[in-house]
Design a protein around this ligand. Structure first.
Ligand SMILES: [Zn+2]
Length: 378
């Protein structure tokens, strides 16, 4: 009893500390904005003064010392939207009041907020559905987790932020069971290897049960109250500055440049050595990783803020489809290797199947086609 109480207290203290940290960060941000604004106003005041001085000197010559200058009205800056003169912030040559700027920023971030909110919500739901064994399919939760991580990293959120680390931990668990699933699903298909797969299915099913149990234990402890609180804070308080500062096209170009660089490296490597060489395959997987992020990103941008990167999204989908086929065969080969001593089947059969699979793998790798991509829309 006492223990639970002190646990609760620790939890509360941790929560309070987290909130305190958030508030401090927010205060610091406000101070910074105030300082920026003060700078802006000071600059404006200086340049106004200069204009007045110039005015006086020229008028002085013209009107030879009359007091006309004193009556001249200097245009005071005002908010271009509501015309108020209070708390102005200069944006290029225009002025906005703090209030209008705030409203504008919130509006700018609104589609992002709505989409991310939905993604986070669906992600939790799918994770819990998977744990409650309503579904056998880990894919939806896995895909959603990847999509959230991609979108947040694109916005500039550190990959070491607690939200991203939590999702990463969960996705690692999901990836492991996904590999087992990929293999087990093969047993439902026909083919030369069917008997061998059937021989392996029982102990792989056992493994899957273990992996599910691990997920059932760990995922709820990761998606705890603190996690949900962090997500809420992020969406309510932290998201807007990220969206406001995002230079979308520049950032997309950065991503595509890195992708294209990998493609160039790959093409150069396969000219020098075979596509099936270790170096070429390693590059292919790097391309896959980048491509996955880009596919998720375009999917998110097309769906969220009405962008039209459909061609780019399709392009990356096609790349991923090719490499996914390779991944599948690789999983089968590695599972055969790991489990070869447990399989009750003639050694010759195992050898033959492995040989067949390796040939298939080489074929797939040999047929991969990747080319550079360019952004079609701005
Ligand atoms: Zn205004």
């Amino acid at each position: 009893m006492n223990n639970t109480k002190s646990d609760e207290k620790i939890q509360k203290d941790e929560n309070a500390a987290a909130i305190e940290k958030e508030l401090n960060a927010e205060r610091a941000l406000k101070e910074e904005m105030k300082a920026d604004r003060a700078d802006g106003l000071r600059n404006e005041a200086n340049s106004e003064a200069k204009v007045r001085i110039q005015d006086q000197s020229s008028k002085g010559v013209e009107a030879s010392g009359t007091n006309k200058v004193k009556n001249k009205k200097v245009n005071k800056p005002q908010c271009m939207i509501c015309k108020s003169n209070g708390s102005l912030i200069q944006i290029q040559s225009k002025w906005l009041c703090e209030n209008c700027l705030h409203i504008g920023n919130e509006k700018l971030a609104l589609p992002w907020k709505a989409s991310l909110e939905t993604l986070f919500k669906e992600y939790s739901e799918h994770c819990y559905r998977y744990i409650s064994e309503d579904t056998e399919d880990v894919e939806p939760a896995r895909v959603l987790g990847h999509k959230i991580r991609t979108a947040l990293k694109f916005l500039g959120v550190s990959k070491n932020s607690e939200i991203l680390l939590s999702i990463k931990r969960i996705n690692r668990l999901f990836n492991n069971i996904h590999e087992t699933d990929e293999f087990l699903n093969k047993t439902n298909q026909d083919g030369d290897e069917k008997n061998l797969y059937l021989a392996m299915a029982p102990f792989l099913s056992k493994k899957r049960k273990k992996q599910r149990k691990e997920i059932s234990l760990k995922v709820p402890s990761i998606l705890n109250e603190q996690y949900h609180h962090k997500v809420e804070l992020f969406l309510e308080r932290e998201l807007v500055p990220y969206v406001v500062q995002l230079k979308k096209i520049d950032r997309l170009n950065e991503y595509e440049d890195r992708f294209n660089q990998l493609v160039q490296d790959y093409q150069q490597t396969v000219e020098e050595v075979e596509k099936t060489s270790e170096g070429a395959i390693k590059l292919l997987y790097s391309i896959q990783k980048k491509s996955k992020s880009l596919r998720d990103l375009y999917d998110f941008l097309n769906g969220t803020i009405g962008d039209h990167f459909e061609n780019e999204e399709d392009y990356h989908k096609k790349i991923l489809h090719q490499i996914h086929e390779i991944n599948k065969v690789e999983i089968w080969i590695s599972q055969l290797k790991i489990n070869k001593h447990k399989i009750h089947a003639p050694k010759g059969d195992i050898k033959k199947v492995r040989k067949d699979l390796k040939e298939r793998l080489e074929n797939l790798i040999g047929n991969v086609e990747v080319s550079e991509v360019a952004l079609s829309q701005n």
